[in-house]
Design a protein around this ligand. Structure first.
Ligand code: NDP
Length: 486
């Protein structure tokens, strides 16, 4: 019987509930009795309805969909879901903002998460990207500090311009991503009108064991649409759930959003001698160097039935690879390989991978992992160790990805290895690519925020980074900040 059909209300243990409007009391008007177990259970369950929200990407919306392969990529990867033109794979995509809490507004200036789960026949492949091709930092050791500056100050309880600009000014590698964020694409009009990027470089390997480095791009078929700062203030005031609502309603009316999927492919041998570190998350691979190749289409076509079960409890990890795909030496990616699984074991629990939205749909998880909170008894009486003499799952002997040759000594060196490993060239490239109107809005957006800092030295250091990206950029920004600060 579904809960849409009439029938008796019950306790969590299934016993009929006689009265759901009045507590049981000692006499009419008397105190409430502890023996009213359905009341106590109801209050106790309610107290436990929330799980810890994500530390980052807390606010989001998701939908199921289909990825269809449209090109033969077997010369680059042996991933089975990428093996035949026309092959379709079920997916789940969660969009999000980054800094805001669970109940914060959608229409804000912030990167958008673009976390995509492919339910493949070899288990789930998670591509946990953003709507930007680059990021603020290039080493996960800086991530907790960075996010502390984006979120609430320990004393004021608010985001503080001082903290944000102090960190960015002292982390010049952020200049490219900050330019992107304060440009027009910093506030998408909806989740349907943005591009997704895998951002990191990943490894593809083919049947012959050859390695290729790859970057993913998801180009929106709806076209890019953004909000100005002023429009966003209006939208987030009128409808804090604007992006979530837009996505759900589009899918409800059959207007399924889609993205054209492209990859940039770098043969492994190119990496060492490339102009800059191809595993640096603060840089794109210019299209002129590695032209995007179209490989597929992604359509979102089904809303989740229950947001808590399927969006809040959805788990994504960049460490979820399938045969033919693997990590690169990108230091941010390496940190995320650990941090995502760790976050979800804390947030959702050690058995969270087995919830319906998270478990493989086209494959089966055949592990010797057992027990833990909310273990559902899967695998029954089967032996819980390996190797064993009773049959059951056995290791394949074939790694998902190819091993990498390494050289040099261990250590925490930052020394540039490639000729163009600087922090400013690509920020300048982006600035110079913008129209005059786009530049004017970028300068106004940046200046409006920088002008709020309490110390001139913090403002000057921030502006100096943009000056190094492009002298005109720095000059205009300095003038705009000075005009606002007086
Ligand atoms: P290209 O001219 O080959 O590519 C430029 C890219 O910039 C296009 O993908 C375009 O996306 C995107 N773009 C256009 N306007 C904006 C904007 N206002 N904000 C952010 N992105 C925008 O140049 P390069 O490959 O040499 O890259 C130059 C700069 O473009 C880079 O420094 C980077 O900041 C930005 N960029 C590069 C990407 C890449 O993978 N190479 C991807 C995205 C941005 P679209 O086609 O959708 O309009």
């Amino acid at each position: 019987m579904t809960l849409q059909e009439p029938g008796p209300l019950t306790t969590e243990a299934g016993a009929p509930v006689a009265d759901n409007q009045n507590s049981e009391t000692a006499g009419a008007g008397g105190p409430v009795l502890v023996q009213d177990q359905s009341l106590l259970e109801k209050l106790a369950h309610f107290n436990r309805e929330r799980i810890p929200e994500r530390v980052v990407h807390a606010r989001g919306a998701g939908a199921y969909g289909t990825f269809t392969l449209t090109a033969d990529v077997s010369r680059w990867t042996r991933a089975r879901f990428l093996s035949e033109v026309g092959k379709r794979t079920e997916t789940f995509l969660r969009f999000s903002t980054v800094a805001g809490n669970l109940g914060s507004a959608d229409a804000v200036r912030d990167p958008r998460g673009f976390a995509l789960k492919f339910y493949t026949e070899d288990g789930n492949y998670d591509l946990v990207g953003n709507n930007t091709p680059v990021f603020f930092i290039k080493d996960a050791v800086k991530f907790p500090d960075f996010i502390h500056t984006q979120k609430r100050d320990p004393y004021t309880g608010s985001q503080e311009a001082d903290n944000v600009w102090d960190f960015w000014g002292l982390s010049p590698e952020s200049t490219h991503q900050v330019t992107w964020l304060f440009g027009d694409r910093g506030i998408p009009a909806s989740y349907r009108h943005l591009n997704g990027y895998g951002s990191h470089t990943y490894q593809w390997n083919n049947e012959a064991g050859e390695v290729f480095w790859v970057k993913y791009h998801f180009k929106t078929d709806q076209g890019i649409r953004n909000l100005t700062t002023e429009e966003a203030l209006q939208v987030s005031g009128m409808d804090p759930d604007s992006h979530q609502r837009d996505l759900r309603e589009a899918i409800e009316r059959g207007d399924f959003p889609s993205w054209t999927v492209q990859v940039q492919i770098m043969p492994a041998a190119d990496a060492a001698a490339y102009r800059f570190n191809p595993f640096d998350l603060t840089k794109v691979w210019p299209h002129a160097d590695y032209p995007p190749v179209e490989i597929g289409t992604l359509e979102l076509n089904r809303n989740p039935e229950n947001i808590f079960a399927e969006v809040e409890q959805s788990i994504f990890s960049p460490a979820h690879f399938v045969p033919g795909i693997g990590p690169s030496p990108d230091k941010m990616l390496q940190g995320r390989l650990f941090a995502y699984g760790d976050a979800h074991r804390y947030r959702v629990g050690v058995n969270g991978d087995h919830l319906p939205v998270n478990r493989p749909h086209a494959a089966e998880a055949r592990t010797y992992g057992r027990d833990g909170a909310l273990y559902d008894g899967r695998h029954g009486r089967a032996r819980n160790y390996e190797p064993n003499s009773f049959g059951g799952p056995a290791e394949t002997g074939r790694p998902l990805w190819q091993p990498l040759p390494v050289t040099g000594a261990t250590g925490a060196s930052q020394a540039p290895v490639h000729a163009e490993d600087d922090d400013f060239t690509q920020a300048g490239d982006l600035y110079r690519m913008l129209s005059e109107q786009e530049k004017a809005r970028l300068i106004a957006n940046l200046a409006g925020f920088i002008a709020k800092v309490s110390r001139t030295a913090i403002a000057e250091r921030a502006v100096a980074n943009f000056r190094r990206a492009d002298p005109d950029y720095g000059k205009r920004l300095e003038a705009a900040v000075q005009a606002l600060r007086g």
